[in-house]
Design a protein around this ligand. Structure first.
Ligand SMILES: Cc1cc2nc3c(=O)[nH]c(=O)nc-3n(C[C@H](O)[C@H](O)[C@H](O)COP(=O)(O)OP(=O)(O)OC[C@H]3O[C@@H](n4cnc5c(N)ncnc54)[C@H](O)[C@@H]3O)c2cc1C
Length: 281
């Protein structure tokens, strides 16, 4: 969320014992942003999480601010309110509210990674001598890379929850053994999974939900660099340095893809079936 206007946490003054940690963090980040970005105060995700989850109402109005007529966003909250000139919706695949259509247009694909213990240097060199990232082109794809400490990070489609956990974890161990028999003892130290938001044509989207409420989203599992670049472009757009026509994507209206729920189940169930059989024979 980016804010160029005045912040009003009406029921909480600095130092109030009831002040939420995210409001205090917001003040600190606001001060930092004011110093470093004179025209824009950038609010952290943490702050927006606190505010948006607890928000009762978000309204958009045209207000008379000084001599200029400006658009303004009011976020009403159980513990106060926030005025902002812009809302950047950066909740992407995890969106629940206040614009659920952003989630509805994405087909969720779960993806997990497991990490081995740090491997000795010789083993690392025999796996990825130049520490490249690898992934294949199968529908239920696999990917691997080495982390800074030399762990092999091995991943594929699937959620490490419920029945899937055991299936995916033991597949990962078998697949690592098959690909890299030189690792004699595959011990997993960490594991995690998350949601990848995919779109019908595999391209990201740019939406405007209201005047001055915008979102880039739907990176199809390749969002780390693009989301960073688009974030910078959006800040420039908010500051008035990038015109609508020069944004990297056209403004579109979120559309629900056909058979969304079916496709989401297909990915998880399909991945479980594939991993149940794969790398056994
Ligand atoms: C296991 C896995 C591996 C991946 N590997 C790669 C890779 O190698 N390369 C690559 O480019 N991409 C990869 N991706 C995809 C990449 O992580 C995403 O494309 C990227 O993170 C999208 O960035 P984002 O900022 O749009 O959204 P996110 O990083 O998903 O951030 C959204 C944030 O919004 C928060 N949020 C949700 N609801 C609310 C709310 N109501 N209020 C406030 N905050 C909220 C969430 O907690 C989250 O922190 C991977 C994804 C997964 C799951």
């Amino acid at each position: 969320m980016a804010e160029t206007g005045r912040t009003r946490a009406s029921s909480h003054r600095r130092g109030d014992s009831g002040t939420h940690w995210y409001e205090r963090l917001f003040r600190i980040t606001s001060r930092f942003a004011r110093r470093n970005y004179p025209a824009t105060r950038l609010c952290t995700r943490t702050c927006s999480r606190g505010y948006l989850r607890r928000s009762k109402n978000i309204s958009f109005k045209w207000g008379d601010r000084g001599r200029a007529i400006k658009r303004q966003v009011d976020i009403a909250h159980s513990r106060g309110s926030l005025e902002a000139d812009w809302v950047v919706v950066a909740t992407d695949a995890y969106t629940k509210a206040p614009w659920p259509e952003l989630r509805h247009e994405q087909i969720h694909v779960p993806y997990f990674n497991v990490a081995t213990r740090p491997l000795p240097d010789e083993l690392q060199k025999s796996i990825l001598p130049n520490r490249e990232g690898y992934w294949d082109t199968k529908k239920i794809l696999s990917s691997f890379r080495l982390d800074r400490e030399g762990r092999l990070i091995f991943g594929s489609i699937g959620a490490l929850g419920g029945m899937g956990s055991r299936i995916h974890r033991s597949w990962a161990k078998r697949a690592i053994r098959e690909l890299f028999p030189q690792i004699l003892d595959v011990e997993l130290e960490f594991e995690w999974y998350g949601i990848i938001g995919t779109t019908g044509n595999h391209l990201p989207r740019f939406h405007c939900f209201a005047p001055n409420a915008a979102s880039f989203c739907g990176y199809n599992g390749r969002g780390i660099s693009p989301a960073t670049v688009f974030g910078r472009v959006l800040v420039d757009h908010i500051l008035g340095n990038v015109a609508d026509a020069d944004l990297p994507l056209p403004v579109t209206t979120p559309e629900i893809p056909a058979f969304r729920a079916l496709k989401e189940n297909y990915f998880e169930v399909g991945a479980q079936l594939a991993h149940l059989i794969d790398a056994r024979f």
